[in-house]
Design a protein around this ligand. Structure first.
Ligand code: ZN
Length: 135
């Protein structure tokens, strides 16, 4: 396993436009991309902070993963994403160390990344994502 940096921090919000306003007007960051990920039932907005991104997530449906998360826990940090250079190998390695995976195989995420999630029950409560940049 070779984690190079924190790729992004995922934050669940109720209203993407209001949240974007806060990040732009108060924190002075610039939203460079808004993208809908139909599979995940989310609309995302991205901000660059050094080499790490902030990914805001608004649910497009109450029964999507972010909709359920907000209903249960409210708005806030949803997941932490590490950049890895070989996603499938990283997943196999983690699995061999008895960590349960939500995604056994990489799937397509926002920003053209391949992604996979580890189960938060096995990662001390932090929903953990691995992502690999596809060139
Ligand atoms: Zn993510």
């Amino acid at each position: 396993m070779n984690i190079s940096h924190i790729e992004h921090i995922g934050i669940a919000v109720k209203n993407l436009n209001e949240a974007i306003k806060y990040y732009e007007d108060v924190l002075g960051l610039k939203c460079y991309s808004v993208e809908e990920v139909v599979d995940q039932k989310v609309k995302t907005a991205f901000f660059m902070v050094g080499q790490t991104k902030i990914e805001l997530l608004e649910s497009t449906s109450a029964d999507g993963p972010i909709g359920k998360f907000i209903a249960k826990k409210g708005e806030g940090i949803h997941h932490l994403a590490f950049a890895v250079n070989d996603l499938q190998n990283s997943l196999d390695e983690v699995k061999s160390k008895n960590i349960i995976l939500i995604d056994k195989k990489p799937k397509k995420g926002a920003e053209g990344l391949n992604i996979a999630f580890l189960h938060p029950k096995y990662t001390f409560g932090v929903l953990t994502e691995f992502c690999e940049k596809m060139e």
